[in-house]
Design a protein around this ligand. Sequence first.
Ligand code: KMT
Ligand code: NI
Length: 178
Amino acid sequence: TLEAWYMDSSEEDQRKPHRLNPNRPVSLDDLRKLGVFHWKLNADIYETDPELEQIRKDQGYSYMDIISIHKDTLPNYEEKLKMFFEEHLHLDDEIRYILDGHAYFDVRDKEDRWIRIAMSKGDLITLPAGIYHRFTLDENNYTKAMRLFVGEPVWKAYNRPADDFDIRQKYAASLQGS
Ligand code: KMT
Ligand code: NI
């Protein structure tokens, strides 16, 4: 299952784990309360996987593509990684399925603390529209991910502060009372 933890606030290499000492784990239940959902799938059979097919059908994930994030395969690698690690939000859900390698997704909790989610092969995650988040590779420096989307994809990211969007207000309101 998925491992997540609260981050320390050191400015050291973003690819390091940045755990607190002692570690403060975050459960799948905690993540669910933030609107973050996770599935574990068999990435070896992603091209024919009926389980993935079912999720795509149920959730309406009509669009998909695959991005390989490695210095030799991704055009403008450094620049893109820098962008991905800027705290941002989207007006739509961000849905990522790790087919190979490793990555971290960092999300803000209700109290605006960073939670680091360690993703590896077989992990599919959905981040809700309006959540502040960022992305980085870990020290293995490689991942291959499927990007899923409901309808025509919109990759536009709004860097923080982006508090005036309706979707941000709506997301923030959804955390009240949880
Ligand atoms: C985003 O918007 O945070 C991303 O697209 C992250 C990189 S995709 C594996
Ligand atoms: Ni994003």
